[in-house]
Design a protein around this ligand. Structure first.
Ligand SMILES: C[S@@+](CC[C@H](N)C(=O)[O-])C[C@H]1O[C@@H](n2cnc3c(N)ncnc32)[C@H](O)[C@@H]1O
Ligand code: SF4
Length: 356
């Protein structure tokens, strides 16, 4: 066990090793011919921050019994790997505040070594990276996403409510020092960080990190006017184009981002625009929550319960059948709207449930 490893809830490797003996199954293909090769897993709904666009300050979190154990998460992820998942992203809530999370990384890394998985990765707020970066790298993780909306300590406090900018910056330093490729994700917030994008771009690109800007999505009741936060990235891009030469890139991450190269910095900017651009036609992903609920689309309510089949039997037949059935219901696309008349979120669940 690597130094510093939390020993809480260690994974029973003998129990999960069974899955390695499961014959590869046919890859998952949805009714629209899209191969489902990317799974995002929210390993906890809890977080040490309370970002204003993501959570209300007083969030009610799930009771432990409803949350999948680390062993169950391993079994679920491994079942997807057997069904052709090539990329696995752990997210949350904040994945690195889940107790014993490194045992899950460590255990899942066997799929990288066997060649069944191309990428194991992470989206984090960075608060725990100083502690875990080396260990994460040693589990075969190459690239991570760190969410950071501002470089101004006071604004950072206002946006995250409970976060410390210095701690996150130290975490990013540790990740880079450990040899991890870091991508910064920033949510564009009208009147909050929209004057700061050049600074963020130059800071990120100066350190060899790509920057992705994300439009606020109408997920979950957060107790504040979402309309007041919404800033279309088409406007951001037009403003940036007055200052920089932005060259379109063909590069696609298999996700909803469009990329440009900034001629002046040599770095890359991604724009994730779920509200102003329809990215569904190339969707290759599904999301599972920490309770084992599978969402076939980030922007739709339809879901499948995988916890029941997971707990029903130690064999995976029932689980595989539930996964197949769910994928056969994957919708063609989402219908996000910022509801201007009712000022209500388009979907009731928070981003911290599905993990973004
Ligand atoms: C839900 S967080 C989970 C992982 C981790 N806690 C973090 O912040 O990176 C994943 C991403 O979703 C983004 N996010 C949260 N709520 C959002 C919303 N309503 N609209 C757009 N992005 C959102 C966050 O900024 C973050 O980049
Ligand atoms: S965006 Fe991430 S860090 Fe912020 S509250 Fe949501 S889960 Fe926590």
């Amino acid at each position: 066990m690597p130094k510093g490893r939390t020993r809480n809830m260690p994974i029973d490797h003998a129990a999960v090793a069974d899955l390695d003996r499961v014959d590869r199954r046919l890859p998952l293909v949805d009714p629209f011919g899209r191969a489902i090769t990317y799974l995002r897993v929210s390993v906890t709904d809890r977080c040490d921050f309370r970002c204003v666009y993501c959570m209300a300050e007083n969030m009610a979190f799930l009771p432990k019994a409803e949350v999948l154990s680390l062993e169950e998460l391993d079994r679920l992820c491994s079942a997807f790997v057997a069904c052709g998942t090539r990329k696995l992203r752990l997210t949350g809530g904040e994945p690195l505040v889940r107790r014993g999370i490194m045992t899950l990384f460590d255990s899942l890394s066997r799929h990288l070594r066997s060649g069944d998985l191309d990428e194991l990765t992470l989206t984090t707020n960075g608060s725990q990276l100083a502690k875990y970066a080396k260990e994460i790298k040693s589990c075969g993780v190459q690239r991570i996403n760190v969410s950071l909306d501002t470089l101004d300590a006071e604004k950072f406090g206002t946006i995250t409510r409970w976060g410390s900018l210095d701690q996150v910056l130290a975490g990013i330093d540790a990740a880079l020092a450990a040899g991890l490729e870091v991508k910064i994700n920033a949510v564009a917030l009208k009147g909050v960080n929209d004057d700061e994008f050049p600074r963020l771009i130059e800071w990120a690109h100066g350190r060899g990190m790509a920057l992705t800007l994300i439009e606020v999505m109408p997920l979950g009741e957060i107790g504040e006017g979402r309309l007041d936060q919404y800033l279309p990235l088409s406007i951001v891009r037009a403003r940036l184009a007055e200052r920089y030469q932005l060259d379109d890139l063909d590069y696609r991450s298999g996700g909803p981002a469009r990329y440009v190269r900034v001629a002046e910095t040599g770095g890359r900017i991604g724009f994730i625009t779920p509200l102003t651009h329809n990215f569904c036609e190339s969707c290759n992903r599904v999301r599972v929550t920490c309770t084992g609920t599978l969402y076939m689309c980030l922007g739709q309510e339809d879901a499948a319960d995988l916890r029941k089949p997971l707990r029903a039997s130690e064999a995976n037949d029932v689980l595989f059948a539930a996964i197949d059935e769910a994928i056969s219901r994957k919708p063609k696309g989402h219908d996000f709207i910022i509801d201007r008349r009712h000022r209500r979120p388009a979907l009731a669940r928070h981003m911290s449930v599905t993990g973004g």
